[in-house]
Design a protein around this ligand. Structure first.
Ligand SMILES: *Cc1c(COP(=O)(O)O)cnc(C)c1O
Length: 401
């Protein structure tokens, strides 16, 4: 044999004898090879649960999907290149031109962009509803509403939705319900067990957990919905890298302890913030002062590390310098990693059908795994910058003089 040919010899896919590892192997591959012409020609039969082409699944992606399905109390799950891709897939899997999709007015903002600029172009009508609508959603449902999306808590503004009431109304009218389960993760909320049809998770957040992977998942119980998701995913050309799947599987191994730590840190910080004169309100559903606290207690198994804070309006001139002075909080989008992140969100969140009395600046914290005392000391220091702006309510502010 020539070296040229030797360089092209395929490796035996099975592990060397005696090597049994604790981690699931990364199986790379675009081409899947078949032992016979007949097996090759029948490869599409294995599309939903076997292997026909790397784009449609590898042992590594299937292993991740099985793990997510079991955490979601589902029968199936399908992984896609991002959390946003998972939402797009769910909508396109069920809605066609002339159908309607209902989104909460507090929806993850890129979904609003998708809806207003692209779903409308496809002839899919989008309606925005009050996230606090509960059973009142019945008035918006009709034969054309194919899907109701819930996202609880709402992005940035943290409204807790009455998902049970929405599911009941949707069932009665024959509409499907999808939940964006990114905040709670499958450890803190089980949407499929509540009768929700699709549970969507941005794996980029807590499941991968280290701010270095982009991936999303959709979990279901119904086989027809599962097949439809896989079909539409194939039409769209979605595929994921086995390395990324392996990183998410590694992340899932530490998810329970990471979430416990982020939850405890976030609660301690939320309580500290509540006592600060610079803070108008803390939007965290595990605080008894949150308007959705009782619903949250009814449905969720715990909280995570993401919450928002509304500051007093007089802090505005100093917000940027206070946030920039933080040592242990990086400024950025996305969340759910090991390190604390902070984002300053537009004064008035984007709304179409409801009004919010939130008059920013709204600060969103993703609390990480640092020691809580260090985070609190850091915040204490930066809040001194805000406090410097404080004036007696009866006195004119400096700018008015
Ligand atoms: C980040 C996020 C997504 C999208 O996830 P990507 O992987 O970044 O596309 C979806 N929903 C919510 C609630 C998110 O926070």
């Amino acid at each position: 044999m020539h070296d040229d040919t030797r360089c092209l010899q395929t490796n035996d896919a099975t592990a060397p004898l005696g090597f049994q590892s604790l981690s699931f192997p990364v199986f790379r591959g675009s081409t899947v090879v078949f032992p016979t012409v007949d097996a090759y020609q029948r490869r599409r039969e294995t599309f939903y649960d076997g292997y026909s082409y790397g784009l449609y699944g590898t042992p590594t992606s299937r292993a991740l999907e099985a793990r997510i399905a079991s955490l979601e109390c589902g029968t199936y799950s399908h992984v896609v290149p991002s959390g946003l891709a998972a939402i797009v897939l769910t909508i396109l899997a069920v809605a066609k031109a002339g159908d309607q999709v209902l989104l909460p007015d507090s929806v993850y903002d890129p979904v609003r962009t998708l809806s207003d600029n692209f779903l409308s172009f496809l002839g899919i009508e989008v309606g925005y509803y009050d996230p606090l609508i509960g059973g009142g959603i019945a008035a918006l449902l009709n034969d054309r509403v194919r899907l109701v999306l819930v996202e609880s808590p709402g992005s940035a503004t943290m409204e807790i939705q009455d998902m049970a009431a929405i599911v009941k109304a949707a069932r009665a009218s024959g509409s499907l319900v999808a939940a964006d389960n990114t905040w709670a993760t499958p450890l803190r909320l089980k949407p499929l067990a509540m009768g929700i049809d699709f549970s969507i998770c941005a794996l980029s957040k807590y499941l991968s957990g280290h701010s270095d992977v982009l991936m999303g998942s959709v979990a279901v119980r119904d086989e027809t919905l599962y097949r439809r998701l896989r079909d539409v995913s194939r039409y769209l050309g979605y595929g994921v890298s086995p390395e990324d799947c392996s990183l998410v599987m590694r992340g899932i191994e530490t998810l329970p302890i990471r979430l416990d730590r982020a939850e405890a840190n976030a609660l301690a910080i939320a309580k500290w913030l509540q006592e600060r004169p610079e803070v108008l309100s803390v939007l965290h559903p595990a605080l008894p002062s949150h308007p959705g606290h009782e619903l949250w207690q009814r449905d969720f198994l715990g909280s995570s590390g993401l919450f928002s804070v509304v500051l007093q309006s007089w802090t505005r001139p100093r917000v940027a310098s206070a946030i920039e002075s933080l040592e242990f909080f990086s400024i950025g989008a996305s969340w759910g990693g090991t390190k604390s992140i902070v984002a300053v969100i537009d004064p008035q969140p984007a709304r179409t059908t409801t009004r919010t009395d939130i008059q920013g600046p709204l600060i969103r914290f993703s609390i990480g795994l640092e020691h809580v005392d260090d985070l609190l000391a850091d915040l204490e220091k930066s809040f001194r910058i805000l406090a410097a702006e404080m004036v007696e309510p009866s006195m004119p502010t400096r700018r008015e003089i």
